[in-house]
Design a protein around this ligand. Structure first.
Ligand code: 13P
Length: 251
């Protein structure tokens, strides 16, 4: 299974800057052994697609999706709409959405299942808060988030699930999770997936996210159980992200 790096711009870059980012990133030399995607705001999908042309690297990802295909759901975006831009991945349940927009495990599981039904790989985000970790509840928290999130997912299919373990205290803080703790959490996640999905769990990639940068990416990529990374701040500059992709798999 190829390792996967996903840039998550969060709420940065409308269509004009998105197009420029893609054009600049296309000039970067990228390792062939990596899958690379970029999660852009909905309004920038069209510009990103048009700057990509027929190129498939980076793959396009959305940052959210709704669970119904159409109807009276003002402001929402369906999986079918995302497919019109050739979107291959879709982040669901990012901690910022859980925190600021009240997304629940139930909503996350509906979104993940809807994306998967349409052939879009959901990138399900899970992770504990600083307090939960301090209380020794990191494993319990993540187990219950994963169990809920995959409860409506089909185990087989053309769009395998992706899980992103993003401890909240590591996001945007410069304090990344130690390789030892990361390995432990990824092992727990893998075992929950095996229990819930059986054989199909082997197609699921488990990414780490939280203060990944050019300096530490290689260490994560060689940590047991880490199948890639979800990168926020360090993906905003296309050249820096190109550097990070090369650092991830040194020749
Ligand atoms: P940072 O890489 O900025 O810590 O963000 C991580 C993240 O939330 C990616 O989804």
């Amino acid at each position: 299974m190829k390792k996967l790096l996903i840039a998550n711009w969060k709420m940065h870059y409308g269509p004009i800057k998105a197009g420029a980012w893609i054009r600049a990133f296309r000039r970067e030399r990228l390792p062939k052994e990596l899958d690379i995607a970029v999660a852009v705001p909905f309004v920038s999908l069209a510009a990103a697609r048009s700057s990509l042309g027929r190129a498939s690297i980076p793959a396009l990802a959305a940052q959210d999706v709704f669970w119904n295909e159409e109807g009276a759901f003002t402001g929402e975006i369906s999986p079918g709409m995302l497919l019109e831009f050739g979107t291959e991945y879709c982040i669901v349940g990012h901690s910022e959405r859980r925190q600021y927009l009240g997304e629940t495990d139930e909503m996350v599981s509906k979104k993940a299942a809807a994306a998967q039904r349409s052939g879009i790989s959901p990138v399900i985000c899970v992770g504990e808060t600083k307090i939960q970790r301090a209380r020794g509840e990191a494993s319990k928290t993540v187990r219950s988030q994963i169990t809920a999130a995959v409860s409506q997912s089909k185990s087989e299919g053309k769009a395998p699930l992706v899980i992103a373990y993003e401890p909240l205290w590591a996001i945007g803080s410069g304090k990344s999770c130690s390789p030892q703790d990361t390995k432990e959490m990824h092992t727990i996640i893998r075992s929950v997936l095996e229990k819930k999905l059986g054989k199909a769990a082997s197609a699921v990639r488990i990414l780490y996210g939280g203060s990944v940068d050019v300096r530490n990416v290689a260490e994560y990529m060689t940590t047991t159980g880490v199948d890639g990374a979800l990168i926020g701040g360090a993906s905003l500059d296309p050249r820096n992200f190109g550097l990070l992709c090369r650092a991830a798999l040194p020749a």
